[in-house]
Design a binder for this molecule. Structure first.
Ligand code: UD1
Ligand code: MG
Length: 442
């Protein structure tokens, strides 16, 4: 079955992601939805979760920090329209800001919150499918400590009859442990009808989206709860919740990497990005950090205390311990990058080795070349960056400085301690250092 078929839903829908709030409780200059989990902004996790379901319309409501939020949304591979909520008057008001975009839309609307990033595509699919059997479907979760969440009010038959926010709840209602995730699905026509009836007569003085449930139930509409694991529905309002969500997401990413055939020797000490791709039989030793955009091919070994970002690590390569591989780097098959070696925007050919104490930047290194301990490519002249070319099978003696732009030919050799400022032809030996002088003891 193709992904497209697997993901196809019986009914079309539009998705609206609320991302206009400041996130006061984060105490941050950064809009809440731009805080990151596994290296990716919160709002983009939500986009990634809903995108595979191919919504007909995808609308993000932006407000606080709207320019930067919009820029982040646009950087995601899925196409979304941003609409501006210039004053944050509550979640109900925020959804209503998307109304003009959905005028005449007759399908369902899926409302998502930009601060609820752990939601999975599978759970959203379940919610979408349930929406054919009720007028409103709300995604809920059972929490032992429900503090801070809206509580779902049910009648004896288990139908949803209202949602009460913590701030407005009676002591009895506060004991309810079935909580609102914020995520819900409802037909567009009904949704905007109810939203126009909202009033900010509550403790926060806001237009609550959650109040549509009471309105729907009063009209005799059927409102259902679909529950999902709390691990997917946690909302992020504080730095502590952000940290808890990071722990949960890292566990999920590690489990996925292991399912896909990587050995993580001490999973808890390995930090992955949302897009980290580890091939089969990759071995990752304890204490490794993968920044964004890293692919590690089958059989490679990443040893302890390495930091890798924006890089492609080839088959059976060995990286670390204590290696730093920076963006734009490609480590060839079976190449070695050893301790205290930094690669930046560098291609290391198959089987090439830079095993100790080197900086190799803006360089192309041929297959099988050996870069001796302490070699530095001097790629920056204070104004511009320049390239270094090292040919196949070249041997760079220890503690050499290669002053770019410079080219070392295939099979050439550079004597230890050289400062190389001129190109070295293929097969030649270059010595760029003072002759040793011996002055005998008098
Ligand atoms: C909300 C729900 C609560 C639920 C919880 C789940 C309401 C009234 N309450 O509370 O029942 O248990 O989420 O996490 O809906 N936003 C806007 N514009 C606004 C206000 C908010 O875009 O005017 C966005 C925020 O950026 C955020 C999301 O809506 O991404 C939720 O807002 P937030 O203030 O975090 O609501 P909670 O207090 O968490
Ligand atoms: Mg919230």
């Amino acid at each position: 079955m193709t992904n497209q078929h697997k993901n196809k839903l019986s009914s079309a829908f539009a998705a609206v992601i609320l991302a206009a709030g400041k996130g006061t409780r984060m105490r941050s200059g950064l809009p809440k939805v731009l805080h990151k989990l596994a290296g990716t902004p919160l709002v983009n996790h939500v986009l990634s979760a809903v995108a595979p379901l191919s919504p007909e319309r995808l609308i993000v409501v932006v407000g606080q920090g709207s320019e930067s939020v919009e820029k982040t949304v646009k950087a995601h591979s899925v196409a979304a329209t941003c609409v501006l909520q210039s004053e944050q008057l509550g979640t109900g008001h925020a959804v209503n800001v998307a109304a003009p975009e959905l005028a005449n839309y007759s399908g369902h609307v899926l409302v998502l919150y930009g601060d609820t990033p752990l939601i999975t595509t599978a759970t959203l699919r379940t919610l979408c499918e349930a929406s054919s059997t009720a007028d409103v479907v709300v995604l809920g979760m059972h929490l032992d400590t429900p503090t801070g969440y809206g509580r779902l009010l049910q009648n004896a038959a288990g139908d949803l009859v209202g949602i009460v926010e913590e701030k407005d709840a009676s002591d009895a209602q506060k004991t309810i442990t079935l909580c609102n995730s914020g995520i819900l699905m409802v037909r567009a026509a009904s949704l905007f009808g109810w939203l126009s009836q909202l009033r900010p007569n509550n403790a926060a003085g806001e237009y609550y989206l959650t109040d549509i449930i009471g309105l729907a139930a009063a009209e005799g509409k059927q409102c259902r709860v679909v529950t999902a694991p709390a691990a997917e529905l946690a909302g992020i309002n504080t730095r502590a919740q952000l940290a808890q969500a990071e722990v949960a997401l890292q566990d999920r990413l590690r489990a996925r990497a292991m399912e896909q055939g990587a050995t993580l020797i001490d999973p808890a000490s390995i930090f992955l990005s949302a897009d980290t791709q580890l091939g089969e039989d990759v071995v990752v030793h304890p204490h490794v950090v993968f920044g964004a955009h890293v692919v590690v091919e089958d059989g490679a070994e990443i040893r302890s205390f390495s930091h890798i970002e924006g890089a492609h690590i080839g088959r059976s390569a060995i990286v670390g311990p204590f290696a730093r591989v920076r963006p734009g780097s490609v480590v060839g098959a079976a190449a070695h990058v050893g301790n205290f070696v930094e690669l930046k925007n560098t291609q290391l050919g198959a089987g090439a080795k830079a095993n100790h104490l080197s900086y190799v930047g803006d360089s192309i290194v041929g297959a099988g070349a050996n870069i001796g301990a302490g070699t530095i490519t001097c790629n920056y002249d204070g104004v511009n960056k320049h390239k270094t070319f090292i040919g196949e099978g070249a041997f760079i003696g220890s503690n050499s400085s290669l002053v770019a732009p410079v080219s070392i030919g295939a099979g050439a050799r550079v004597g230890a301690g050289s400062v190389i400022t001129e190109n070295v032809p293929d097969g030649a030996l270059a010595l760029g250092r003072a002759h040793q002088v011996i002055k005998p003891k008098k």
